[in-house]
Structures are given as C-alpha cells and as structure tokens.
Write a protein that binds this ligand. Structure first.
Ligand SMILES: [Zn+2]
Length: 233
C-alpha cells in the first residue's frame, strides 16, 4: 500500500521528544492537511539526551518539551501530552499500560501509531521497544474491555476500540506513505529540536532525506515513511 492510510483521529505514541517527528512527521503533515485530528503522547521528556551532562536535567526536559510542542505545531498537531517517565528507564509495565490506556480512552483514536516492539533491527533504543509493547497492549485488548483498569471506566473513561495500529521502525514494513510533497515541512519540524542538532554532524536535512529515500525504495517512492500495519478490529 502506498496511499495515506485513512484516519480521522490519530494518536501517536513516541518514547522521546522528536520520535514522532522523525518516524512519521511527513505522514502527520499529510493527515492534518487532509483534515484528521492528530495528537501526540510522548512517554519521556528526553533528559538523557543532554549534550552537556552538567546541565540541569529538569530544565533540559522542559526545553525538550517546548521543542516538541513547537515541532508538533509545525505539522498541525493539536495536542502533545508528556507522561514524564525517566528517559532510558522505560519498561513495559502495568503502570505504563494503564497510563496509555487512559490516553486512548480519553482521545478515542481510530488509528494509533507507535514503535515496532519486535523489530530485528537490534540497534534500537530499548525505550522504543518498551513503548511499542506497552502501547500495543493498551490498544489491544485493554482499552476496549471495561474489565481492564475499571477505575478509569468508573471515572468516566469508557472503553474504546482502536481499529488499526501502524508501527514505525519496523524491519517488515508493508505500508508506505509518499512524503515528497511535505518533506520540507518535516525537516522544518525537526529543526525545532535544536537541542539535538549536534546528533547530526552531517546536517539534519541530508540525514532525513537519506532515511526517506531508503524507506521509499521498496515501494518505488522517491521519499517515504514506512510502517507495518496491524489490524486491531
Ligand atoms: Zn527515541
């Protein structure tokens, strides 16, 4: 599939500030342009990404949150929620599943987008695996069954069925989104993450273009983002 997947409400769950933008910022720009409502949940605030370890981690986290909010605005995202777990120390726990189930029941997406927890690309941040696993556990079956986290249901967050998940960072993508028309917007969003600029000594634009070319090659697209699609109905 090389079309934009149909969605009206999209929840994107990333481990760190900038993950949603790096992995699917072009697709987000296309969804918001098509009239979809897109919201981010960011599980940590990226305090391990400090270029200088003498900085104050709390102040640095707030700066990364502000960068994430600016980047999301560039792509037309309406809301960013930060769960503020400690960067680098995320596990697929019942507590994280409960937090994510509450976010899903609150926002009520038809489509959820997160990290592929089972990719064999082993050079991956462990937080990405944990967030992908916990998000999928929340999306199926926890959020649809009132017997999961009944205290949320009692508080007014009724069960909700998510139709589909798209997983980014997958080694087996089957869904490719053409981002050529919005590529410059994706780069402009990523440029908002100024504290991370030193991670791209060759230049952000060049690296992001290379990734998009690699992602698009199997589908014959010049610039793409690639996902593994999972039916949750
Ligand atoms: Zn990350």
């Amino acid at each position: 599939m090389a079309d934009l997947p149909d969605a009206t409400r999209v929840l994107i769950v990333g481990a760190h500030p900038d993950d949603p933008d790096f992995f699917c910022g072009g697709t987000v720009a296309r969804w918001t342009a098509a009239g979809a409502t897109v919201s981010y949940v960011v599980v940590t605030s990226g305090d391990k990404g400090m270029p200088d370890p003498s900085l104050d981690p709390v102040a640095f986290s707030r700066m990364r949150e502000a960068e994430q909010e600016a980047s999301a605005r560039t792509l037309g995202v309406t809301n960013v929620t930060f769960l503020r777990l400690t960067d680098g120390e995320v596990f697929d726990t019942l507590e994280l599943r409960a937090l994510l189930t509450a976010e899903i029941r609150r926002f009520r997406p038809d489509l959820i987008v997160t990290h592929d927890p089972l990719t064999r690309r082993y050079r991956q941040h462990p937080d990405h695996r944990a967030v992908g696993a916990a998000t999928l556990a929340a999306a199926f079956p926890a959020c649809r069954l009132a017997t999961f986290f009944p205290e949320q249901v009692a508080a007014g967050l009724s069960p909700h069925v998510v139709g589909r998940a798209l997983l980014f960072g997958s080694d087996q993508p089957d869904t490719f989104v053409d981002i050529a028309p919005v590529f410059d917007r994706k780069v402009a969003a990523l440029e908002q993450h100024a504290s991370q600029a030193s991670a791209f000594p060759g230049g952000l634009h060049t690296r992001v273009r290379q990734w998009a070319e690699d992602a698009g090659r199997p589908a014959g697209l010049a610039l793409a983002e690639a996902f593994l699609s999972v039916d949750l109905e």
